[in-house]
Structure formats: C-alpha cells, structure tokens
Write a protein that binds this ligand. Structure first.
Ligand code: BGC
Ligand code: BGC
Length: 622
C-alpha cells in the first residue's frame, strides 16, 4: 500500500486547487434574491417595535421547556425549537408534530404585531425526529457519493417532509470539516477535505431552501457550526470531560490562515447558495469562544463574507462564556449574535438583554441590526405575507415517508457504499445461492443503521423508526434461492455458500461519541471469526459513523464494504451486494491503519493509511 504515498502530494495540491475552483464555482448561477432586498418592509416593522418585542425576536426557547404556552406572547418569542429529544406532548406522530406546530403558531400570531415564529428542528438526515420519516444516510456517507445533485435532492425532500409538519427551519447542513475521527460528530461532516464540504454543503443549502426562500415547499437552512468545530485538539474540552468529551466543544488551535483554509471553506459557499442562518459553534479558537468573538462573527462572517442572514447561537452556548449571565449575553450580542438558543432559561435571557439594552451596554443599533436580520429572513420566507397562512400545509403529508422519497434515500445508500476490498470476486453475491448466512449486530437493526439524531438526540438501537428496511430484510427480499439465514454471533455458518457479517458502531451523538479507541469491538471480531471458521467466503459490511480500525477483520474478510450510517433504506445495501448497482463510492475520509495514525488527513506530510482519501473500488474488479 506504499504506492499511495507517491500520489499523495499531488492529491494534497489537488485538494487546494479544488477548493479554489469550488469557491469560484460557488458564485450563484442565477441572481439569487438578496435578503437585504426586504429591508424596506423589515425596517418599517422594526420602527413599530418596542424594546420588549425586539428582544423577544432574538429569543429562541425549547418547546418542551416552556413553563407556559402564553410565554410565547408574554416574551414575544421570535422562535421555538425542538431539540434532539423534544417530542410533542401528545406523543410522536406526524399528526402530533403538526398539531403542536400549529398550536404554537396560533398563539404567536395573536401578539400585537402578529409576527409568526420560526420553528427550528435538527432535520440533519431527513425529518429524523418524527416517526415514519425517511432517514437518509448521514453526511459521512453522502460525502462518499461525491454527488452534489443527489445531496441537493435529499435537501429538497427533507424540506418537504419538514414542511409537512409545518416546521420551516432545519438546523442543517453541518459543514464541519472533521479532521479527527475520534470526534463524536465526524459522521455529521461530509469530508475531511474542505473543498468537498464546500461543494456538498452548498448543494444541501440549495436543496433545503430552493432558489427562493419564499418557496412554501422548502425550509430555511442553517450552516453550522461556525467555525472550527471539526478541528479541536484532544482533551481540550475539560468542561465536558466528565461526560466523555475529549474533542467536542474543545479548542481549535490553528493560525488564522489554517482556520480559513480548512474550516471556513463551507461558509462562503453556503452564503453564495443563499443560506439564511448560520449557527456559531461551541468551540474555542485559540482559547476564545467563537460565540463571543466579534472578529469571527461580525468582522469575518458579516462584514468580510457579506452574510446578510442571522446568527443563531448553539444550545446553551452562551453559558460557556466568561462571567455571569449578564456578561455572557453582553459579550455574545455585542460580538454579533442575533438570536440566542436558550432552551430553558429564556426568561432570564430576555431580562438580561432588555436590561443591557436599557443601560446602553448593548447599543440599540446592535439590537436593531439583529432584529432587522431576523425580520429580513421572515419577510424573505413569505412568513409575513398577509395572504399566506403560517400554519402547516397538511396536503404535504401525503408525501411524508412516501415510496418516492424512500427511492431517493435508497439511491443515496447505494451511491454511498465504498467497496474497500474484493478478493477472488467475492462480490457480487449470487441471487440463487443455496444459503447465505448473515451475521453481526448491525445486520438487523434500523436504529444502528440510522445512528445518532434519529428519534432521540443520541439515537437508539432497535426498531426505532417504522417504515424502513434493515439490511437483513433487504438481503432476504432479493435472494431468490430463499436461503438467507441469520445468526447474530455468526455461529452455525458451516455449509453456507457465503457469509455476510454486518458490524460496526451503535448510535451516539455529539460529545457522547468522542472515543479514544475506534477498533471494532470484540462482539464484531467474534462474529467475523465464527463465520470464517466455517471455511466460506466472508463479506464484511461496516456500519459506522467513521472509519474504524479493522485489525484482523481486514485479513479475514474476502470482501469489505463501508456502509456508513445508511438510514432507513437498507435495500440500497442489497442493491450493491447483489450487483444490481456497481459500487461507485469513494472515501471522503482517510481510513487509518491504527489509532496511532489519528489524526490523519489527505495532504499530511507523512501519509500511509490503510486506504487513502478518495479510495474505493469502482465496480467489482478485485
Ligand atoms: C448541537 C446543534 C443542534 C442544537 C439543537 C446542539 O447541541 O450542537 O448541532 O442544532 O443542539 O438541537
Ligand atoms: C437536546 C439536544 C441538544 C443537547 C445539547 C439535548 O438534551 O435534546 O437537542 O443538542 O441536549 O447538549
């Protein structure tokens, strides 16, 4: 595998060239309506607003932490969110979500100025909190497709499913450039390569928002987490260390030139694609919290890059700034934060900001700028149009979780698979095999296929999402010989024609997924070894949010496929394994040989990975 090293310098240069090309190409092909085109109407409304109404627009509360629904009116709330595990009180169903959204919106439009709320949700791979939604592969898999058109189409469908519940704002796409796979958010990143992140991030924005924010079938997108979230140093998040964090919300220690070259890449591209909101990150940059940095929020993002939309802080992120609540709010708003995600402490935030404004510690010009930015977006979205109801369009529900939507997800799964090894033409599988033995803990588990940010913040093993197909069920549906048997631990494989062992990770999100060791676990290695003992060819399918250390599994496997976190449509995996679709996926992350090699990224001075960035057998050649 040493041959890789030779080609790598060239790849590194290509990455830089690619970045420049994609930034140039990111200029919008058609003149996109500027958000500031709505300034006349937004300013007219602003002129009528009291300080209380302005501060309210800048406040986002968590719906399940509202102490009273009337607080939407009392505090003139501009926005609500449902966080990762925040279901409607009536339970989790398409109906309950839609009723919940409508109920809150009806309360909001009874305020004096009748300004509708923006409702935000983490629709990061489909409308993933809602039972019955189509769940797409996480970004790590989409990176492997290298298919911007497909990513755009996924954004469009996600928007349609989100809108079916009335919700009009997705906290997506994540344009993190994950540079260390030990990070629990690696799977939310399209790639370690800034150019690919820029290209696919922009495509996701176009898909979610459409050509014009007014489109009632699309949603407001949110590029996140600005900036450097994927570049933190090991053990640089002591405030969360007790909860397992080693990288998440840590400190990104890089020169400004490096920060810009690697981690900023997604933002000019997202802005050019028209993104209306951006979420500043929890992390620090050389010791300073991004959420309180005027240089990063105002000077670079708004002034230099010309971002006209609004900034929404991350969940309780202001709590991590120095000083008491007042000092935190003052620093962040003065740095350029426009709306603050204060899930529970919205009353305290509202009181602190109002007081700071009254005392001139946050200038009225800053408050007005923040509210103007929020109103611009609300006008641009048509939310303020007299003739347009801000309530859910329930006719969209017919398409929620529909076969047509699932078909696109299945295609995404197919295109995301990366064939890493295929000795002796082990793949494709024969549809008429007498017996295929399927094994492994991820063979028959929708929850594991979907990963984190699915129904629950952390995701969950088991049948968490109805309407999907596990990899096992998909293989069974194709095998005409009828001979697919399942044994989780791989025992009883003797006499089968071939074995397929589906291994990998179980769900996690954010800091809870930070890991010091990314080796396949004992259960996985045992399942592979058990099938191998039967003396039959072994296909290993890795379901994971990042490259894992394969160890013996790589030698034991005759064929090896990286399937990432494919989501609900397991048939996409069967399509490739049975050869109905020839593998086309390419690694968007370097695959390391050992933990000692991490962090390892394309372009590194020394680079000798197990599989290099861009690798993937095309078709079934060995
Ligand atoms: C995450 C964001 C997410 C927000 C709302 C935060 O913890 O960092 O990505 O959008 O929560 O759920
Ligand atoms: C919420 C998530 C949020 C996280 C932040 C969870 O309780 O459900 O949305 O990202 O807390 O720590």
């Amino acid at each position: 595998m040493r041959i890789w090293s030779a080609a790598l310098e060239a790849v590194g240069l290509l990455a830089v060239a690619g970045l420049l090309a994609s930034l140039a190409a990111a200029a919008p092909p058609v003149a996109r309506p500027k958000l500031s085109a709505h300034d006349a109407e937004a300013k007219a409304l602003l002129a009528k607003m009291t300080l209380e109404e302005k501060v309210g627009q800048m406040t986002q509360a968590e719906q399940d932490k509202l102490s009273d629904v009337k607080d939407i009116q009392t505090y003139f709330l501009g926005s609500l969110l449902s966080g990762g595990s925040s279901d409607p009180k009536a339970g989790n169903s398409l109906q309950a979500w839609t009723d919940m959204y409508d109920a809150y919106q009806k309360v909001a439009v009874q305020t004096r100025l009748k300004i509708p709320i923006l409702y935000g949700v983490d629709a990061v791979h489909g409308h993933n909190n809602v039972l019955g939604a189509v769940v797409f592969p996480h970004n790590v898999g989409l990176g492997a497709t290298r298919d911007a058109k497909l990513v755009e189409e996924i954004g469009r469908i996600t928007a349609e499913e989100v809108r079916a519940t009335g919700i009009q704002w997705a906290f997506a796409p994540c344009v993190a450039v994950a540079r260390d796979e030990r990070w629990g958010r690696s799977y939310e990143s399209f790639s370690e390569d800034p150019a690919l992140v820029a290209e696919l991030g922009a495509a996701a924005v176009r898909g979610l928002q459409g050509a014009d924010l007014k489109d009632p079938l699309r949603v407001l997108a949110c590029a996140k987490h600005y900036v450097g979230d994927g570049g933190t140093s090991w053990n640089s998040s002591p405030h969360l260390a007790a909860q397992g964090a080693r990288l998440d919300q840590g400190d990104t220690r890089l020169s400004e030139a490096e920060l810009r070259r690697i981690h900023l890449a997604g933002y000019p591209a997202a802005i050019a694609a028209g993104v209306g909101s951006i979420m500043p990150s929890y992390n620090r940059w050389n010791g300073e919290r991004v959420s309180g940095s005027k240089r990063l929020l105002t000077d670079i993002l708004k002034t230099e890059l010309g971002f006209e939309g609004f900034l929404i802080s991350d969940y309780n992120a202001l709590d991590q700034l120095p000083g008491d609540r007042r000092a935190q709010v003052k620093q962040s708003i003065n740095a350029g934060m426009d709306m603050v995600m204060v899930p529970e402490k919205y009353k305290e935030f509202y009181a602190a900001l109002k007081d700071l404004a009254e005392k001139g510690e946050v200038p009225m010009s800053r408050i007005d700028d923040a509210v103007l930015r929020i109103l611009r977006v609300k006008f641009a979205m048509g939310l303020m149009d007299a003739g347009r109801s801000p309530l859910a369009d329930r006719s969209l529900q017919a398409r929620f979780g529909s076969p047509a939507h699932r078909e696109v997800a299945r295609r995404a799964v197919r295109e995301s698979l990366v064939l890493l090894k295929n000795d002796k033409k082990t793949l494709p599988l024969s549809k008429t095999a007498k017996r295929i033995v399927v094994a492994g803990k991820n063979a028959d588990d929708i929850g594991n296929q979907c990963g984190g940010w699915t129904i629950d913040w952390q995701g969950k093993s088991g049948p968490v999402m109805p309407g999907g197909t596990t990899i096992l069920a998909a293989l069974k549906a194709v095998a005409k010989g009828g001979g697919v048997t399942f044994s989780k631990d791989g025992s009883g494989a003797a006499g089968a024609d071939i074995g397929v062992v589906v291994v990998g990770e179980t769900p996690y999100a954010e800091f809870k997924g930070d890991r010091e060791d990314l080796s396949l676990d004992k259960e996985d290695l045992a399942a592979i070894a058990n099938v191998k003992k039967a003396g039959i060819p072994v296909v290993v399918v890795v379901v994971s949010g990042r490259p894992l250390i394969l160890g013996d599994a790589l030698t034991q496997a005759d064929a090896l496929v990286a399937a990432w976190l494919p989501g609900t449509e397991g048939q996409g995996v069967a399509d490739v394994l049975f050869g109905d679709y020839k593998p086309t996926g390419k690694l968007s992350f370097t695959w390391p040989r050992s933990m000692a090699q991490i962090p390892i990224n394309v372009g590194d001075a020394t680079y000798d990975p197990e599989f290099p960035y861009g690798f993937g057998l095309q078709g079934f050649q060995r």
